[in-house]
Write a protein that binds this ligand. Structure first.
Ligand code: SAM
Length: 294
């Protein structure tokens, strides 16, 4: 596959960790050195000019702020867990969205963070430590092997599922279209089919936890097979459990590919126009839909 370098015009995004700081404080602090504004959609996200290097900024080094893209920061905000809830992050390392959940819950309640890859657990632990969250329980294992009937999951009200994906929407943009068509990579197709099969299983599994009211599914892929097709595959199951698709950030203009009735509920970001390609879907149990989500 061919790649081009990361988008040079991509703004620098920083998510304020409200467990350690607050948005106005961080805005003032960063404003001493940089041009900075609040994001128009994600309440705890600040936007700085492209090329701003915050890697060694004290707010980042001490965990008051995390370098996290806009689309990535939308996911936990869409799940919107309440303080005191029990929440499951199904595929969690390196933990950016896990600690965002903890911040949105004001450190109250419990988050179970599941991760299959042992090597990535260390990064997850580091992220959790840096965030200052004390209500995150890390579980090393396969999300598909968690038994929804196990008593430790009986109060899980929300699940964030951000499974392994092709990453086709992220910084290095694929230039496969410049290759002659006969060079289309068969192993790529196989890989996508495998990823999609896992994503479908994992989403169906998430929807089967008995007390779950909200499930958010996200990828940093632009491929229909990892996005809309995964959603289509679980629609009958979701309906049988009383879930419906709800529109995350209705003011966002870019929605799902029009491949089924209801795809306007899905959210997409574009790898060029929005600087990264993401996909987000939100399922909510009909009985727990709030007024703003009707
Ligand atoms: N949500 C994370 C964040 O924002 O920092 C990124 C998650 S990454 C896209 C997907 C993660 O899922 C990887 O760390 C991968 O090792 C893990 N994973 C893959 N298959 C899994 C499974 N069956 N059970 C649990 N975790 C899995």
């Amino acid at each position: 596959a061919l790649y081009q370098p990361a988008d040079v015009s991509k703004p620098c995004c920083v998510r304020v960790n409200t467990l350690k700081s607050d948005v106005d404080c961080a805005l003032r602090e960063l404003g001493k050195q940089f041009t900075v504004r609040k994001d128009d959609i994600v309440p705890d996200l600040l936007i700085l000019p492209p090329h701003t290097d915050l890697h060694n900024h004290p707010l980042v080094l001490n965990g008051s702020a995390f370098l996290q893209g806009k689309a990535s920061s939308m996911v936990a905000a869409v799940l919107a867990p309440k303080p005191g809830w029990e929440v499951l992050d199904a595929c969690s390392a390196p933990g950016n969205k896990t600690v965002h959940l903890a911040a949105l819950m004001g450190g109250k309640g419990k988050i179970i963070a599941c991760e299959l890859n042992k090597d990535r657990i260390k990064r997850l632990e580091d992220t959790v430590r840096l965030s200052g969250a004390t209500n995150i329980e890390i579980r090393h294992g396969d999300f598909l092997n968690l038994n929804p009937r196990d008593s430790s999951f009986s109060k899980i009200r929300a699940i964030l599922l951000d499974p392994s994906c092709s990453g086709s929407g992220t910084a290095a943009q694929r230039l496969d279209h410049l290759l002659p068509s006969h060079a289309t990579d068969v192993t790529d197709t196989e890989r996508l089919n495998k990823l999609s099969a896992f994503q479908k299983k994992a989403l169906a599994h998430a929807l089967s936890f008995p007390a779950v009211e909200r499930v958010v599914y996200s990828t940093c892929s632009v491929n229909q097979i990892e996005n809309e097709d995964v959603i289509i595959s679980v629609l009958p199951l979701a309906a049988s459990h009383g879930f419906q698709l709800v529109t995350p950030f209705p003011q966002w203009h870019r929605r799902g590919l029009p491949v089924f009735e209801g795809s306007e509920h899905l959210l997409r970001t574009d790898p060029i126009e929005d600087h990264e390609g993401f996909f987000i879907a939100l399922f909510v149990k009909k009985s727990s839909i709030n007024d703003s989500e009707e």
